[in-house]
Design a protein around this ligand. Structure first.
Ligand code: GLN
Length: 452
């Protein structure tokens, strides 16, 4: 769109746009934002970056789109934010999300839903939970954006909004200053309109950080290949991802891409990831269990909302949490707490950990078996296109959780994955996902660039 080609936008334009799309929770008050890069040798100098509001910034509140943190002002930047500032980038504001990253539509925000800029007349969801970041990128309101991806929260909104969304290998980018949802899955991810920008942002923020013991720098085995062609590259098509509820746009995009790859000389083969169907339930047991523990700190004593006018200490704690969290967060804390109780832990949490191991083994088999081992897998990112906003589901419905079925397997295995927009102009955005072996992040970015 013409918006994506702009070099600068004014605060006034941004505010007018935001009053309709609600992508930003807070905004800088400078008069102009540079959204295109002027200096090729220092591409991040002066460009404006949108930051998901669960990543700490010292000049904006960090709310996690929750009442409980609505006035929380961290006194330190997250490492990713600090690194971007050191490269000269400008943090323009904080973007909307599902409360604490829990959701796939952006409907679960204390600050109200974000709307997908691709559908200006009808109201469609941008996907979640990094929906504000994806919407801002899709509308050309920033150079690029930071999101977080625990089970698909960068890739799904990228697919729904028609932009690129990259989730690195677990540990490749520091999480110091990211508000934890599920610590064994959380990653910081990157959204932008093209892979060049994603790679440039990745280079700026990846690497070991003494403040995050899970972070690493990887140099060996992950350098992009200089020949830069897909000829001879082995691409796996997982059969289990041909699900019967895949919509027609998505199936067509996937098939078109497969045909195009064949023309480039890539070697395509069918692979099997038999435990895919167990990944989604296992993900929700693990993520919710970890969330129940991570969110216990918001009791209004050290962190979180304090209720006024209640007496007694334990009443005070429960009321702070009851008022501070939205329904979806409470539901997840309850389920996660239950999965960790002594009577349920063997049936839920421990089983889910075993499934996680099996999902990882499926990927290992696809990537490493000689001579058939593939370089990357190609799948759809989501089952369908962005759904209409304000859809009501019964509270016991699993439907809102099914959108994550194609993104959670790579999360459970800690693998790098990227969603690329793949649809003819004028048709609704569809995302295709490339998944690579652990720590092949730079290789994945290079392959994705050749595919796109
Ligand atoms: N939709 C998934 C969930 O709600 C993914 C969220 C995420 O990646 N932060 O858990």
């Amino acid at each position: 769109t013409s918006a994506t080609l702009r070099q600068e936008i004014t605060l006034k334009e941004l505010k007018a746009w935001n009053s309709i799309h609600n992508a930003f929770i807070s905004l800088s008050d400078v008069k102009k934002f540079r959204v295109g890069s002027e200096t090729p040798n220092e591409p991040l100098k002066g460009v404006s970056i949108a930051v998901k509001d669960n990543i700490c910034t010292k000049d904006f509140p960090t709310t996690c789109a929750s009442l409980t943190l609505k006035d929380y002002c961290p006194d330190e930047d997250a490492t990713v934010v600090r690194l971007l500032r050191e490269k000269g980038a400008f943090m323009m504001g904080k973007t909307n999300l599902d409360e604490f990253g829990m959701g796939s539509s952006n409907a679960a925000s204390y600050f109200g839903p974000t709307f997908n800029p691709f559908f200006p007349e009808g109201k469609h969801v941008p996907g979640g939970s990094s929906g504000g970041s994806a919407a801002a990128v899709a509308a050309g309101m920033c150079y690029g954006a930071l999101g977080t991806d625990t089970g698909g929260s960068v890739r799904l909104p990228a697919a729904y909004c028609g932009v690129v969304g990259f989730k690195p290998s677990y540990g490749r980018i520091s999480r110091f200053g990211l508000v934890a949802y599920a610590s064994s899955l959380d990653t910081v991810g990157i959204l932008a309109n093209d892979i060049g920008r994603v790679s440039c942002l990745f280079e700026a923020i990846e690497g070991a950080d003494p403040k995050d013991q899970t972070s690493r720098r990887v140099i060996e085995n992950d350098t992009a290949n200089s020949s830069a062609s897909l000829s001879g590259i082995k691409v796996g098509i997982p059969q289990e991802y041909f699900m019967h509820d895949l919509d027609s746009h998505t199936l067509k995009a996937w098939r078109d891409c497969i045909q195009q790859l064949k023309k480039t000389g890539a070697e395509l083969s069918s692979v099997s990831l038999p435990n895919t169907k167990y990944a989604l339930p296992a993900y929700y047991v693990i993520a919710l269990s970890e969330a129940s523990s991570n969110l216990s700190r918001y009791d209004g004593v050290k962190f979180g909302h304090q209720s006024s006018g209640c007496t007694g200490f334990s009443r005070f704690l429960t009321q702070n949490r009851d008022e501070g969290f939205g329904d979806e967060v409470k539901r997840r804390i309850l389920l996660g707490t239950y999965a960790l109780t002594s009577e349920a832990i063997d049936d839920y949490y421990h089983q889910a950990q075993k499934v996680r191991r099996l999902v990882k083994q499926d990927f290992d088999a696809a990537f490493s078996h000689e001579p058939a081992g593939v370089d990357f897998l190609l799948t759809p990112t989501a089952i369908g296109i962005s759904p209409k906003a304000n859809q009501k589901h019964p509270t016991n419905s699993a439907a809102p959780y099914l959108n994550d079925v194609f993104t959670v397997p790579a999360s459970l295995a800690g693998l790098p994955a990227i969603s690329l927009p793949w649809n003819p102009p004028g048709t609704p955005p569809v995302g295709l996902q490339l998944i690579a072996q652990f720590d092949h992040d730079n290789k994945l970015l290079q392959w994705a660039d050749l595919v796109a």
